[in-house]
Write a protein that binds this ligand. Structure first.
Ligand code: IMP
Length: 186
């Protein structure tokens, strides 16, 4: 089986390859912009994306949508994470939490997979942690320097493998691998 990963972020494709190649699934990176509706649920964004891309003739593909949900900001930036990162950046988000002791946050990732003639698979993964008080580390991307699962080391201070073992996307990819394995065996 061959699946296209539709994303502008090549880092995501490597995570998929690592988890899905053991099932004999080949991954191919494709960029194909699609509209993301402004709704407050990642599943809805993904289900809408699957429909839209199918209506444009795409088959056998994966998309994903992630967000960082900060508890004391009532879940912001959540589904607006890409926009918040572009406009506020990590330092802007840190300023919103200035003086705030309760810094719990959750990363969420929702993956949708469309295969010709098969029901859609939609799975999720999450990772609990905290927003640090300053950026830490040089690796990763996006919010990685300010998010830490244990309150000490940020995602940006971990190697890809270590991050994937506990990250929202790593967990969602594992759930996808499981669902694909079941559907291939069944
Ligand atoms: P996307 O819609 O899945 O691309 O993610 C929304 C925003 O969250 C983007 O600006 C990403 O950079 C950021 N983001 C998604 N996943 C991660 C992650 O694993 N670490 C840090 N930032 C992330």
């Amino acid at each position: 089986m061959r699946l296209a990963v539709i994303t502008s972020n090549p880092g995501k494709v490597e995570e998929y390859r690592a988890a899905l190649s053991v099932l004999g699934i080949e991954m191919e990176h494709r960029r194909f912009p699609y509209m993301e509706p402004q709704v407050d649920d990642l599943n809805e964004v993904v289900r809408h994306g699957l429909e839209e891309l199918r209506s444009q003739g795409l088959q056998d593909f994966i998309i994903d949508d992630s967000g960082l949900f900060v508890e004391s900001l009532k879940g912001f930036p959540g589904v607006y994470s890409a926009y918040a990162l572009k406009t506020l950046g990590n330092n802007g988000l840190l300023r919103l939490l200035d003086g705030q002791e309760q810094r719990r946050a959750e990363f969420q990732c929702c993956i949708g997979c469309s295969r010709d003639g098969m029901p859609d698979i939609v799975v999720r993964g999450s990772c609990q942690g905290v927003i640090l008080t300053k950026e830490q580390g040089e690796g990763g991307f996006g919010f990685d320097p300010i998010f830490s699962p244990d309150g000490e080391r940020s995602f940006a201070q971990m190697g890809t493998e270590e991050k994937n073992a506990m990250s929202h996307r790593g967990r969602a990819v594992q759930a996808l691998a499981e669902a694909l394995r079941e559907s291939m065996e069944g």
